[in-house]
Design a protein around this ligand. Sequence first.
Ligand SMILES: [Mg+2]
Length: 160
Amino acid sequence: MRKIGIDIDGVICIIPNIFRKFLRYRFFRELVRYLIVIPQFRQFYDYYLREVNVEIKRFISYLQENGWEIHIISANYEGYRRELEKWLKRNKIYYDKMFLYSSSTHKNAKDWKAYICKKLNVDYFVDDVSAFVRAVEKKTKTKTILYRRQKFEELIKMIK
Ligand SMILES: [Mg+2]
């Protein structure tokens, strides 16, 4: 059985275009960084500002239909598990297991992502952060896909 590890933020979910426009302003980015640690804002963010990426949703459905094992590997903290599970369910995203970052075992998320890929022995790993992709390439035999808004058809070609 083939396995894939896939990131959430910037891959399975993307921020709506309108919000992305705001993020061009430094003031707005700073504000979000400050607010995101407040649980109520985080809930608002999860509910309204996370948009499902239809290309990735289609890609995941394809993988599931073709017998792949799908693992979500996200640097979100364990404390967000319930929110994320709800969001994934609401958006009908299939997955086998979700791995969330714990800073108690690894001091940085990139080593942790590489560790999970190795442990699960995933064939492919998809992430939008090049540092994560590089860490996985360096420390595992997993093939990687740096996610740059590729469409479904392109993604399918990449795993063949
Ligand atoms: Mg990401």
